[in-house]
Design a protein around this ligand. Sequence first.
Ligand code: G3I
Length: 360
Amino acid sequence: MRTKSKNIFAFTFFAIVFEILAATTSLAQTLRQAADQIGLLTGAAVAPFHFSEPDYANTFAREYNMAEPESVMKWSATEPARGEFNFQAADAVVEFAQAHGMKVRGHNLLWHSYNPAWVAAGHFSPDELRDIMRQHITRVAAHYARQVFAWDVVNEAFADDGSVRHSIWYDQPGIGLAGKGTAYIEQAFRWARAADPAALLFYNDYDAEGMNAKSDAIYAMVKDFKARGVPIDGVGLQAHLGLNAKGVDSLAANMARLAELGVQLHITEFDVGIPIDQQGKPLDLGDLEKQAAIYRQVATACVQQPACTAFQTWGFTDKYSWIPGFTRGKRGFALPFDRDYQPVPAERALLEVFTEAAKK
Ligand code: G3I
């Protein structure tokens, strides 16, 4: 009898110690460790100019298993003059990622925006533009073959109403496929596949997280591409959100219908800007919890959807987020780490979602 109660006591004691240890261990984890446990890629957009800052480099390498250049793989960085390619800055991101065992997501091969002046104001004929586009996609994708595992081949090609956005590549003047809907997008994907047959090819857009006219158009395009054997492997949902969490309610449904078409899904540019003061601090501390709840919702939708294989934020420290500049100082504090590289409640939310998923 005494032995039995001793055993129960020992069992209870060890069970409690185990619980405490388990809780402590899971809290002590990094995003990277937690994501690795569930086979999820978790990344951030980065700029190589900051790698010389120890806090930046250390936090990034410790917390993430995927890297994406925020701007240095874009056209103006990689082909600043016609036929003159410069891969120096983008190579620095690839080298950092390889040195730290991270995968590299490429962003992007074609965009209507932020093209260098020689492209945007070159007044080329459709035939010339077609040649320029083919050469750019081919050279950049070939340079990064076996180094970039997934590309945003075409970025933001749809307008909010679901129509194909007017752009230099589509119809201003376009590459000879003006008025033919997604035909120029298809062409970009075909050239990308030819240049790097191993890379996963993604279409990437914003405000298309939930069910709406734009996400309907993306769905229709992917369905058509898949039916006709056009090489597309994934859809990137940028998810630049505010506290109103636009589209989040129907994110899971949108992901589910895309997943049924056989594509992967990546959350590619997640951030949740909140109102800030002149020091870049939140105006209302309560917003941090609201923000964390949105982080939790989106990350949960991703980990619950088997086709969602990557969760990435657009930057990781508020020190270098694009949001304050873009909103003229009205919003910020959008990322998992603050300006001093300290985790905020949003980071805890991600950690909990990833850790909980590992227990299932
Ligand atoms: O590097 C130059 C620097 O030399 C110069 O002194 C400075 C002065 O303005 O500009 C620097 O370049 C800036 C570049 O970011 C690098 O920081 C550009 O002006 C600025 O326009 C550029 O903005 C980027 C923008 O895309 C355009 O490329 C943002 O940082 C970047 O966050 C943003 O990312 C986009 C995604 O690609 C697509 N989805 C939306 C997302 C947010 O807009």
